[in-house]
Design a protein around this ligand. Sequence first.
Ligand SMILES: NC(=O)c1ccc[n+]([C@@H]2O[C@H](COP(=O)([O-])OP(=O)(O)OC[C@H]3O[C@@H](n4cnc5c(N)ncnc54)[C@H](O)[C@@H]3O)[C@@H](O)[C@H]2O)c1
Length: 338
Amino acid sequence: MKKVAIVGFGFMGRTHYGSWKKLKGAKVVAICDSNLAQLRNKVKGNHDTADDSTDFTGIAIYEDFAKMLAECPCDIVDVTLPTPLHPVMVKAALAAGKDVLSEKPMAVDTKTCDAMLACSRKAKGKLMIAQCLRFSEMHAYVKNLIDSGRCGKVISADFTRVSMTPGWGAQGGKSWFLDEAKSGGVALDLHIHDADLVNWWFGRPDAVSSRAHRRADGVMDHIATSYIYPDKVVSAVGNWGAVQPFVFEASFRVMFEKAVVVCDTRRSPTFMVYPEKGKPFTPRFRSDDPYLNEIKAFLAWTTGRTPKCPFPASEARDSVALVDAEKKSANTGKVVRT
Ligand SMILES: NC(=O)c1ccc[n+]([C@@H]2O[C@H](COP(=O)([O-])OP(=O)(O)OC[C@H]3O[C@@H](n4cnc5c(N)ncnc54)[C@H](O)[C@@H]3O)[C@@H](O)[C@H]2O)c1
């Protein structure tokens, strides 16, 4: 039985908590949050995944991460903290010999990701970044269609991800999400999901051309990118300025030579394949809870049931690097080689 400590018990901490609770081979033994006053409050997020149960029987509660690391006999540290805290906490947990799962984005910039990778190479413990869509069966299905060539080549792909402004994380003051130095703005925090899909499905593009909008306070709240490939047209839009009641949209359309594949979280069914021959259909997926799948996959790797890391941290780093190139392009108005 792996003993798990979760550090950062906000929206993602509680989402991970709900997944850990469903697994037989692991037990959450500790929770650490610097703001214990909100531990029993309901949290907000842009989707309904947080486990807000308040029965922490048998779980040690800490306010201080260093104290938790020194005292708590855990095997796994699950880092669900604001992004700028990922590197320092990940490095400390690895140095203490723990296996570490850390939320996306890996860090605020590529250089910091490289330092984390260097540290993980020397560590006894394992490091995986929780880039959740890598563990979505729907997204893996598309990856398989692309790699197998079953529907011919990809002609084009378009991605859209729109969220209400992430006002959670404010804790009485300004939300850390709305400080671009901390969150990386919409490009790094939200749109990275699609940048990572682009890298995963099509390989690194040759270059990017991006345009962005900034709020009056300077925070980037919209990015539109063309990913430049020799043989296909790929683009993505990320926005987190949607006024409520609009909460969330994640959609994509991949045009193959012999099929169109569409996902739109505002529609039912969310995912459809329109083949050239035959009727449109939605494939059957066993579980499309990517958070549960990623935690399961990480646990299988730490217990040795899966020998290879299901999502190498170097690939999480590459997606931060792609977003860095997009931000550079948006800031200079120039095409940036990746
Ligand atoms: N995979 C996804 O779909 C997804 C969705 C949302 C957020 N995220 C990522 O998850 C991470 C956390 O985001 P969130 O929405 O949960 O943020 P949040 O603000 O809701 O939660 C962060 C928690 O960390 C706590 N905290 C802050 N400093 C601390 C410290 N020094 N020690 C201990 N606790 C501390 C805060 O009190 C808060 O409870 C971010 O990196 C974000 O980008 C991922």
